[in-house]
Design a protein around this ligand. Structure first.
Ligand code: SAH
Length: 354
């Protein structure tokens, strides 16, 4: 029987034959970041598969730029600071933030743009989108040198690899990707031996998932803010009152597809566990602002006023600007499912929007 599917699927089947079933996290990591066939590594035109807020409207990045300028002033307008974006995609948000924040005297000269990006192809796109700005790329937040930092990430946490656990009887088993037991030629989900649930995980229901990378990231932020001033703002999707169950999803050409169907050719994502993120941050001694629905956050930052003035300057685009704004704030679109959360050293006033 011949093996159908992509080159990456064939390699994953080989990996499983050699090493046994893999945790969902390793599957996700391979699909997204494999240097030869990974989704982010090879598909820089990913907005055909899904559209993010900065790709929906320039107003999103502009508001966040003004937010950053406000917080820079709150930090005492340091002469130099790291303006960090995690997972900048095609670079649109940083370009919009810089354009808007440049209206605040001194901000542009103080901002040292640090882009944390894994994909070489996307690094090139980010450089092109930010031509005229001095940008530095880093592999991880831990590599960004000391100094005050404003850290911003949109739709970054949702692509950190997750591990999944399923309740069986009184115990838990980890969900894994193995070979399907009919042909042993294709991949299928299965369960591993009985396993302990990771610490800091409060399960709701019979399936639960966890992104270990979020804990590492919160620790890095906390470590940094013990000696340096700063804020870390994350915007992403996920429930705000309970831990997500099984939310692994794949998107290809705007459609949801099976996460196993086309490894490396579809975006893989999972809901962010905001309650856990907040708990981890508090345990690390950080102040936590939010999580708050994106619709409220953007409305409080003045999205309506900004959209009106943008439409005045571009009357022919009025309908398009209004539709994009609705998409970002309406609860039945992105307004409620997406949340904003901000971590800061303790004692900091709530930032704008919170
Ligand atoms: N923020 C952008 C793109 C979101 S897609 C937007 O809102 O449009 C996720 C981004 O994170 C991509 O740029 C991807 O390559 C990057 N990324 C994902 N995991 C990463 C990791 N572990 N380290 C660095 N970058 C990562």
């Amino acid at each position: 029987m011949s093996l159908s599917g992509t080159g990456l699927k064939k390699r994953i089947v080989e990996m499983i034959r050699l090493d046994g079933p893999m945790p969902v996290s390793l599957y996700m990591l391979t699909c997204l970041h494999d240097p030869r066939d990974g989704y982010y590594a090879t598909r820089p035109g990913f907005n055909a598969d899904f559209t993010t807020a900065p790709e929906t409207s320039q107003v999103f990045g502009e508001l966040l730029g003004l937010w950053a300028a406000h917080e820079w002033i709150k930090l005492g307008s340091p002469r130099k600071f790291w303006f960090v974006e995690l997972g900048p995609g095609r670079g649109a948000m940083m370009a919009d933030m810089m354009r808007a924040a440049a209206s605040v005297t001194g901000f542009r000269d103080a901002a040292q743009i640090a882009l944390v990006e894994a994909s070489p192809a996307l690094r090139q796109q980010q450089k092109a989108a930010l031509a005229g700005e001095a940008v530095e790329h880093f592999g991880g937040l831990g590599d960004v040198p000391p100094g005050p930092a404003l850290i911003i990430a949109n739709e970054f946490l949702d692509c950190l690899p997750i591990r999944q656990y399923v309740r069986e009887g009184n115990g838990w088993r980890e969900r894994r990707v193995g070979l399907d037991t009919y042909t042993f030629e294709d991949i299928a989900f299965g369960l591993g031996p009985p396993a302990e649930l990771p610490a800091n995980l409060i399960p709701v229901g019979d399936s639960v998932e966890i992104a270990p990378g979020i804990e590492t990231l919160v620790e890095l932020v906390a470590q940094r803010f013990r000696s340096e001033a700063g804020r870390a703002l994350f915007i992403d999707y996920g429930p705000d009152t309970q831990s997500p169950g099984d939310t692994l999803r794949a998107y290809k050409s705007g459609q949801q597809v099976s996460p196993l169907a086309a490894p490396g050719e579809s975006d893989l994502t999972a809901d962010v566990d905001f309650p856990r993120l907040a708990r981890l941050a508090q345990t690390q001694g950080l102040a936590v602002h939010g999580p708050l629905a994106q619709g409220y956050f953007l409305t409080r930052l003045g999205i309506k006023e900004r959209a009106v003035s943008l439409a005045k300057a571009n009357p022919a685009r009025t309908d398009e600007i209004a539709a994009a704004m609705q998409k970002l704030v309406q609860p039945d679109q992105m307004g409620a499912r997406f949340k904003a959360i901000c971590l800061s050293p303790t004692g900091a006033e709530p930032p704008p929007g919170f």
